[in-house]
Unconditional design. Structure first.
Length: 141
């Protein structure tokens, strides 16, 4: 992938991620602060609530993928199921363990998950099975 295209893709990824984060945090705060839900339960529901928006935007706009939904959607769901479990575990234990606000913990978890997601989505979710040349381009643009 040419540097200009890779940079544009990264910019789109950040924008879609920012919009998804806004949706996620609105749901999280509303459930914890407004409804009194446990932070880890609110994190799970918020994660699921922002999932569809994120998938559709990344598929159609960020990566401009030609991958069909029958192929991309199950991989996307598998990736997100793994990160959902990781996020729920972090939210269930880390705030009490470290004695800090769930919002700080969630912020750190979101950054970590976002970085891994970008790499995995580029290389596996929204691309055809990469040939060796394509694989090198994914990591060394």
């Amino acid at each position: 992938m040419q540097p200009a295209k890779w940079q544009a893709q990264l910019a789109r990824y950040i924008l879609v991620g920012s919009l998804t984060l806004g949706i996620y945090l609105s749901l999280l705060l509303g459930m914890v602060e407004g409804l009194g839900a446990a932070p880890w339960i609110a994190a799970v529901v918020s994660y699921l609530g922002s999932l569809l928006f994120n998938y559709l935007m990344h598929h159609s706009w960020t990566y401009r993928s030609s991958e069909n939904h029958r192929s991309a959607a199950p991989r996307y769901l598998a990736l997100n199921a793994g990160f959902l479990c990781l996020n729920a575990a972090v939210m269930a234990f880390v705030p009490a363990l470290l004695g800090i606000s769930y919002l700080w913990v969630q912020g750190g978890a979101l950054v970590f998950i976002a970085l891994l997601t970008f790499v995995i989505q580029r290389s596996w979710i929204f691309s055809r099975l990469p040939d060796p040349k394509r694989q090198r381009e994914l990591f060394f643009p």
